[in-house]
Unconditional design. Structure first.
Length: 268
């Protein structure tokens, strides 16, 4: 009996270490995802997380997800993707499924577009990516993806290059599918952001792209940030998550849907 108890404690300790390693590598994960990964019950994972907290491992819980708490800037930015994480992953999955292969894809900075970049890698989609986000360019490059980095002055915390050099770079480029995140999406004011420089880069992506896809989770719908990123009429498609019928009533029915997200045609 004592031997079995010691073995059980050893198994739990190995699982604790594996949980910390997984959170370190992947950022935020839900209890359900951890339970699936370690083939145990959600209750067991919750006990594991409580044990880790008692041992001094800094954990942050938000909307059903858990992540390690860090003090470095890069990880603080990464922790931002916890908010609406499942929705953003669903949006990323649908976007990647819809984008044709052998095309050039533009991505601005942000948590949703970062997850789209990761979904492109996971799907092995043969596309070339043009981005002004350093973290997106890095993650794609180390995975062997074809990526072009837009130059310019770097803004924190989204690690985006902006300014005259970024705008001049995009002027001389062609993109098939510009995929942009935003902080607000209102049918009257349009798509918006809190950064004037980031809005200018988005407008440059619009000018060099054949199609514009706006990827925003449902918390952005009906909201207006201070700077207009694009007028509503200049976006071709909107991808957002379902389950929010009241907020999506003015969009009508999505043309494509799956994985908890929908794809609406705004203008073709």
């Amino acid at each position: 009996m004592a031997r079995r108890a010691r073995a059980g404690r050893a198994d739990a300790r190995r699982r604790h270490m594996a949980i910390v390693d997984l959170l370190d590598r992947q950022g935020a994960l839900s209890v359900a995802a951890l339970a699936h990964e370690f083939q145990c019950s959600p209750a067991t994972i919750r006990r594991d997380l409580e044990a880790l907290s008692r041992e001094g491992v800094p954990l942050q819980h938000h909307h059903g997800s858990v992540s390690l708490v860090r003090t470095d800037l890069a990880t603080q930015w990464e922790a931002g993707r916890i908010a609406e994480y499942a929705a953003k992953e669903a949006i990323a999955q649908l976007v990647v499924e819809a984008i044709p292969p052998a095309t050039t894809v533009g991505l601005n900075g942000g948590t949703t577009t970062l997850l789209i970049a990761r979904a492109l890698v996971k799907a092995g989609k043969p596309v070339r990516v043009v981005t002004n986000a350093l973290n997106i360019a890095y993650e794609l490059a180390v995975k062997g993806m074809d990526v072009v980095m837009v130059g310019g002055a770097v803004r924190l915390p989204n690690f985006e290059s902006t300014g005259p050099l970024a705008l001049a770079t995009l002027t001389d480029m062609h993109v098939d599918w510009g995929i942009l995140g935003a902080e607000g999406a209102d049918p009257v004011f349009g798509f918006s952001t809190t950064s004037e420089d980031e809005a200018a880069v988005a407008q440059a992506f619009r000018a060099c792209s054949d199609h514009i896809v706006m990827a925003v989770d449902h918390t952005k719908l009906g909201k207006k940030a201070i700077f207009r990123l694009l007028p509503w009429a200049e976006a071709n498609y909107l991808v957002s998550n379902l389950g929010v019928a009241v907020r999506l009533a003015w969009l009508g029915e999505p043309r494509h849907q799956g994985h908890g997200a929908g794809w609406w045609v705004l203008h073709e």
